[in-house]
Design a protein around this ligand. Structure first.
Ligand code: HEC
Length: 217
C-alpha cells in the first residue's frame, strides 16, 4: 500500500514541476503584454471579477455626502471632469478619442446613458476608484496628484448627471464652473508650473500629421 507520506511527497513534487514550468514560460516571454492584443475572454472575466471583489470590499465603508445633488458641487465637478477625465471617458457628443481607443482595458464611456454598474453602491465605488486608481490600467489614483476628497465627491456628483446632458448642456456646465479647480497642485510646490500657460492643444481641431493619407474622417 502506498503510504500517505509518499502521496503527499508526490503531490508536492508535481506542484514544484508545475511552478518551474510556469516560471520558465514567463522567462521565455510567453505572456503578450501588448495593449493591442486582448486577454482571453476567460482571463478578462477573471481580472474583472477580482477587481470588483477588491473594490467592493474596500469601498464598503465609504459614506457618500448627502449633498451630491447640490448644483454648486455638480458645477465644480464639471470643470474638473472636462479637464482631467473627458479625454479618456468621453463627454456627450464625443464619439471617441485617440487615447481611449488605444487603452486596454478601454476606459468606459461615462457619459453613455447605458453605463451603470452596481447602482446601489455606485457613488462610493466610483469615489474609491477615482481616489485610488486601478492597477495596470490607465486609471490614475487622483489622490496622488493632490485631489482632495471633496473635489472627488464633486466629480462623482457631476458623473450622476452626465449621461442626461446634451452636448450643449455639457458645454454650459463646464463653462459655468471654475475649470480645473480642485486645488491639488496649488497646495504643493508646483505653483510655478500651474502659472505657465498651457501649450496649445491642437487635438480634435487639426488633422494629425501622423495620420496623413490614412485620415478617414
Ligand atoms: C488615461 C486615461 C484615464 C483618465 C485620464 C481617467 N481615467 Fe478613469 N478609467 C480609465 C480606465 C482605463 C478605466 C478602467 C479600468 C479597469 O477596468 O480596470 C477607468 C475607470 C474609471 C471608473 C470606473 C468605471 C466603471 O464603472 O467601471 C471611473 C468612475 C473613472 N474611471 C473615473 C474617472 C475620473 C472621474 C477621471 C478624472 C478625474 C478619470 N477617470 C480619468 C482611464 C482613465
Amino acid at each position: 500500500m502506498v503510504s500517505m507520506k509518499k502521496i503527499l511527497l508526490g503531490a508536492f513534487g508535481a506542484l514544484l514541476v508545475g511552478v518551474a514550468i510556469a516560471a520558465a514560460l514567463l522567462q521565455l516571454g510567453a505572456i503578450d503584454m501588448a495593449a493591442d492584443s486582448p486577454h482571453h475572454p476567460a482571463v478578462y472575466r477573471l481580472i474583472a471579477w477580482t477587481r470588483e471583489q477588491s473594490i467592493l470590499r474596500r469601498a464598503a465603508n465609504i459614506v457618500a455626502p448627502t449633498d451630491l445633488a447640490d448644483a454648486k458641487r455638480i458645477r465644480r465637478g464639471a470643470g474638473n471632469y472636462d479637464a482631467m477625465c473627458a479625454n479618456c471617458h468621453l463627454s456627450p457628443g464625443a464619439v471617441d478619442s485617440e487615447i481611449r481607443k488605444g487603452l486596454y482595458p478601454m476606459p468606459p464611456n461615462l457619459s453613455s446613458p447605458t453605463h451603470s454598474v452596481n447602482p446601489g453602491s455606485q457613488d462610493s465605488r466610483r469615489f474609491w476608484i477615482v481616489k485610488h486608481g486601478i492597477k495596470a490600467s490607465g486609471m490614475p489614483a487622483w489622490s496622488k496628484g493632490g485631489m482632495e476628497d471633496q473635489a472627488i465627491w464633486d466629480i462623482i456628483a457631476f458623473l450622476n448627471t452626465l449621461p442626461d446632458l446634451t452636448p450643449e448642456a455639457y458645454r454650459r456646465q463646464v463653462e459655468a464652473s471654475e475649470g480645473h479647480s480642485h486645488g491639488g497642485l496649488t497646495e504643493h510646490t508646483d505653483t510655478a508650473a500651474m502659472a505657465k500657460p498651457a501649450p496649445e492643444h491642437h487635438h480634435d481641431t487639426t488633422p494629425h500629421s501622423h495620420k496623413k493619407g490614412a485620415h478617414k474622417q
